[in-house]
Design a protein around this ligand. Structure first.
Ligand SMILES: NC(=O)c1ccc[n+]([C@@H]2O[C@H](COP(=O)([O-])OP(=O)(O)OC[C@H]3O[C@@H](n4cnc5c(N)ncnc54)[C@H](OP(=O)(O)O)[C@@H]3O)[C@@H](O)[C@H]2O)c1
Length: 355
């Protein structure tokens, strides 16, 4: 039996994880957490909000599925890695904001990070633990979101409900807006850097509208391997929770008789500047990715509340990055302080921008 703690149990990933856990007898849900929705009776131990590491201490799980959205997931990520417990990681923001701290907590402690993001799950499977020097480059695919092909001028008038209508994935609101701005792929670029130890110039992003190819690795011998399958998050969730068993799921295998379309194009970074901002923040290092993430969380929240136009998201992120110092953080307290300052700055810049 594998004892699972599920953080973010009421979300899009959390609900799909419950389905996987229910169907696989060797997974036992020992603890579950949400942010504010009641979850009484969902698991022997439950917690709503507060410090999720208290729940983890009590539950002593074999694997933690961190499916909380945003920076709030970071303490649980660090707790899990520090104790050498396996981490099924959906909460990409924790690795983006706290990548250096997470990697030093992870190394040598014996726990594995099993990525739940479909692209990183794919890359994890393609790499099979091989060291970075056999890899020429990693290619992350992006659907392009609901606004693929639109010009910057056209993006000036898009609404939250249009941004929430994602063409291939059904996800929580924050990541759906991140997909529409391409910030999601920027966050994934930083996530991949920390997960696989690859420099940023060896991680590429391509637009692939049907989301059939999840990632592709080019090796130094000239071979490229791709991970393909229908876009369904239950596959990477199941892979992470049942690793290395690769348990059966109800998802159909890929069919070639139904018009599979594999198209690729380079992203339009002028219309979607968030991708370049994330790459620059990743390359700058220190706490720049934490600042990027904080500003983005604030701006996306404001966009969803109709307080900021769509193009304001990248503006707020860019201005926050150039206004907040981002030296490396020595510990979680320092990182939390940087995150808080970036949030304050982003909110102030946003007020200037909309008045
Ligand atoms: N959805 C996808 O297909 C997908 C794919 C790849 C990666 N991811 C990543 O997975 C994570 C979750 O995404 P999602 O789409 O599942 O988001 P979501 O549907 O918005 O769900 C978020 C979950 O986090 C909980 N939560 C929020 N703040 C919390 C806090 N302070 N403490 C404890 N729990 C808190 C929410 O609880 P309440 O319901 O009580 O607010 C909810 O259970 C994100 O990092 C996202 O980038 C998602």
């Amino acid at each position: 039996m594998k004892r699972v703690a599920l953080l973010g149990a009421t979300g899009s990933i959390g609900r799909q994880a419950l389905e996987i856990i229910e169907a696989y007898p060797e997974l036992e849900l020992v603890a579950a957490a949400s942010g504010s929705q009641p979850i009484d009776g969902l698991a022997p131990l439950t917690q709503v909000g507060g410090d999720l590491t208290e729940l983890l201490e009590r539950a002593a799980p074999d694997v933690v599925l961190n499916a909380v959205v945003g920076f709030a997931g970071l303490p649980a990520t660090l707790w899990t890695l520090e104790r050498g417990v396996d981490l099924a990681l959906a909460n990409k923001e924790s690795l983006v904001a706290g990548g250096d701290l997470a990697v030093s907590a992870w190394k040598g402690r014996g726990g594995r990070i099993l990525p739940v993001d479909s692209e990183h799950s794919a890359a994890f499977q393609l790499l099979e633990g091989r060291p970075p020097d056999v890899v020429h480059s990693l290619v992350l695919t992006a659907s392009g979101g609901p606004f693929r092909g639109r010009t910057r001028a056209e993006l000036g008038v898009v609404t939250p409900s249009e941004a929430l209508a994602h063409p291939t994935w059904n996800m929580g609101p924050k990541i759906t807006v991140d997909s529409a701005t391409l910030m999601n792929k920027g966050l994934e670029l930083i996530e991949a850097h920390f997960l696989f130890g690859l420099d940023y110039d060896r991680i590429e992003v391509v637009i692939h509208p049907t989301s059939i190819v999840h990632a592709l690795v080019r090796f130094r011998d000239g071979a490229s391997l791709a991970h393909v399958g229908y876009p369904d998050m239950r596959v990477p969730i199941s892979f992470a929770l049942t690793y290395p068993e690769r348990a059966a799921t109800p998802i159909e295998p890929l069919e070639f008789g139904s018009g599979l379309i594999l198209e690729f194009a380079l992203p339009d970074e002028q219309a979607f500047p968030c991708l370049g901002l994330a790459r620059a923040a990743g390359e700058a290092g220190g706490t720049a990715p934490c600042v990027l993430n904080a500003a983005n969380e604030v701006a996306v929240g404001a966009f969803l509340d109709e307080q900021l136009p769509f193009l304001g998201i990248s503006d707020v992120v860019e201005r926050t990055l150039s206004s907040v110092d981002s030296p490396p953080a020595q510990d979680l307290d320092e990182l939390v302080a940087v995150d808080a300052e970036a949030r304050r700055t982003a909110s102030a810049l946003m007020r200037e921008l909309v008045h």
